[in-house]
Design a protein around this ligand. Structure first.
Ligand SMILES: [Fe+2]
Ligand SMILES: [Fe+2]
Length: 150
C-alpha cells in the first residue's frame, strides 16, 4: 500500500510538471485563449504566488515531497524498494488537465484514508500522522483543481 502511494506520488508529480511545462511555453501547439483564462494561468504560470495562491508547478513539487516522505517511511519500515511508477496522463486542453488531475486527487484521497485506517489498526502512529498531513494537502489540491474547471 505504501509503495502504491509512492508510485502514485511520483506519477502525479511528473504528470503535473509536464502539464505545466507543455503549456508554459506558449508554443505553436497551444492556443493562446487557453492560457489567458484563470485556469490557464494556474497551469502555465511560473509565478509561485499566482491566485489562488498555488500553481500546478508548485503542486507538482509538493507531490514530489510527498513521494520522498512516503518512500523514506517505506525504507524505514524495511519495505521493498519501489521499481516502477504508474503511467501518467497529460490531457489536450487546460480543462482536460484539470479533470484528469481531480481524478488523481480523488484516488489519492481514497487510498490515503485506507492507509490511515490500517495504520490506526496496527498502531503505527508515525505512518498515520504522515498520511493525515498528506491527506490535507490532497484535499486542498482537489479543491483548487475543482474550483478552476469551467
Ligand atoms: Fe501527493
Ligand atoms: Fe495532490
Amino acid at each position: 500500500m505504501l509503495n502504491e502511494a509512492t508510485a502514485r506520488e511520483i506519477q502525479v508529480s511528473m504528470q503535473y510538471m509536464l502539464q505545466h511545462a507543455l503549456y508554459s511555453g506558449g508554443g505553436p501547439v497551444i492556443e493562446r485563449s487557453q492560457i489567458d483564462s484563470k485556469a490557464g494561468k494556474f497551469v502555465a504560470s511560473h509565478s509561485p504566488f499566482f491566485f489562488p495562491g498555488d500553481t500546478l508547478k508548485k503542486i507538482a513539487i509538493a507531490e514530489m515531497r510527498h513521494a520522498e516522505a512516503i518512500a523514506e517511511r517505506v525504507s524505514f519500515l524495511g519495505g521493498e524498494p519501489l521499481t516502477q511508477t504508474k503511467p501518467f496522463k497529460i490531457g489536450n486542453s487546460v480543462n482536460e488537465i484539470l479533470k484528469l488531475d481531480v481524478m488523481e486527487e480523488e484516488t489519492a484521497i481514497q487510498l490515503y484514508n485506507q492507509i490511515i485506517n490500517v495504520a490506526k489498526l496496527t498502531g503505527d502512529e508515525v505512518t498515520e500522522r504522515l498520511f493525515r498531513r498528506i491527506l490535507l494537502d490532497e484535499q486542498e489540491h482537489h479543491r483548487i483543481f475543482t474550483s478552476l474547471i469551467i
